[in-house]
Design a binder for this molecule. Structure first.
Ligand code: ZN
Ligand code: ZN
Length: 386
């Protein structure tokens, strides 16, 4: 990973190269250039000036001395070289950062494999024990006691020998395949479990890893959220937003009052916005998105808005879904402005997916009834996929 510099410093030009300029005017030969004419009204073609030009052809023209130009160009050149140094260093820096990142991810992989192996070992031990148990519980019983038979033969006790044999003959023979069957059944059962496990795990891990990585991408597009400080129609501004992402109702206790995001959502983006609702002081409250046209005192009932409140998800006053929010819930909306779809999550659990129909400008909206309750936008970011 030996990165070659992608940009080369300008090593060819030197400020002193400017000293090699001489005047081209007739009879000015061999005169050094000492300035440049920048006069708007000057219509002389030659702008590079020697002392003669300055006093004659460009008399009283607006000019800059060559020394000043040299100083400016020198700064420019230094800056340019510095930036190139910086960019080249960045490439090298990033290579070491990349190694560090990859090491961290490899650590995760290693731990994952270790954890996986440990559990696999445990499971194999468990299966072995299960086999052993089955064998122990079905120990090989025979309908004849061979040890006893041998003893009686050794004792020459023909009576007992014949008794044992007759007794055996009267009984049904032992089931030969019993143990084999048990073993086969157990094996089939284990095999089935493992196959199901593999299918499930494959799907789970592939999706999980993709999702988790996606979050890394998402976090890179974190946006600053700001509640608007503007007021609606007849209402004064009734919130305190001493922190730009926290709206705390501060006036007119008991009137449900809307607040909106400072910026509109852009049409070609997908947003994720999560709210934390602090409703310690009672009363109802809503969070969602939509147009602010109808946002007077009761946007929950009117206007092109989609929102969640304590008794469900609503659009324009119509119930869409009966899952409501509670105090201190983490509410997340994913708003896909491209496909005009949205999802609602409560505490990271998806509860609703649907389309939205709003032609007008869309804002993030919230409404609080009682003073001192607040709504915090915890995270606001643009996502690529969801
Ligand atoms: Zn000249
Ligand atoms: Zn001039």
């Amino acid at each position: 990973m030996n990165a070659a510099p992608i940009l080369k410093k300008n090593n060819n030009f030197e400020i002193n190269d400017l000293n090699r300029l001489f005047c081209k005017e007739k009879d000015h030969e061999n005169n050094e250039i000492i300035g440049i004419c920048i006069d708007d009204l000057c219509d002389i073609k030659n702008k590079l000036l020697c002392y003669k030009c300055i006093f004659r052809l460009h008399k009283q023209h607006n000019m800059i001395e060559l020394s000043e130009i040299k100083e400016n160009l020198n700064k420019e050149l230094e800056n340019y070289n510095k930036n190139i140094d910086y960019i080249n260093k960045f490439e090298n820096d990033f290579n070491s950062i990349e190694i560090d990142f990859r090491n961290k991810f490899n650590e995760i992989k290693k731990n994952f494999i270790k954890c996986f192996d440990e559990n696999l070992d445990k499971y194999i031990k468990h299966i072995k024990n299960e086999f052993k148990d089955i064998i122990n519980n079905n120990n090989i019983k025979s309908n004849i006691n061979f040890q006893d038979l041998l003893t009686q033969i050794n004792n020459n006790n023909n009576e007992n020998v014949s008794k044992i044999i007759c007794n055996y003959l009267n009984k049904k023979p032992s089931k030969e395949n019993n143990l084999f069957e048990i073993k086969t059944n157990l094996y089939n059962k284990i095999n089935e479990n493992i196959n199901n496990f593999i299918i499930k795990q494959k799907e789970f891990y592939e999706n999980k890893i993709k999702d988790d990585f996606q979050q890394l991408f998402d976090n890179n597009k974190y946006l600053d959220f700001e509640w608007d400080t503007k007021t609606y129609g007849a209402y004064n501004f009734l919130y305190d937003i001493s922190q730009k992402n926290i709206a705390r109702k501060s006036k007119e206790n008991g009137t449900i009052t809307v607040i909106k995001s400072k910026n509109i959502l852009q049409k070609n983006k997908i947003y994720s916005v999560s709210f934390i609702i602090n409703n310690c002081y009672g009363g109802d409250y809503q969070v969602g998105f939509g147009n602010d046209l109808q946002a007077g005192s009761c946007w929950l009932k009117e206007g092109p808005t989609y929102y969640i409140k304590e008794d469900g998800i609503f659009n324009n006053g119509h119930l869409l879904n009966g899952n409501g929010l509670k105090n201190n819930d983490l509410i997340k909306f994913i708003i896909d402005m491209i496909k005009k779809k949205f999802k609602v999550f409560i505490n990271d659990y998806e509860i609703y997916e649907g389309n939205f129909y709003i032609d007008k400008e869309i804002y993030i909206l919230a409404a609080i009834r009682n003073c001192n309750n607040s709504i915090t936008v915890k995270e606001f970011y643009e996502i690529n996929n969801y």
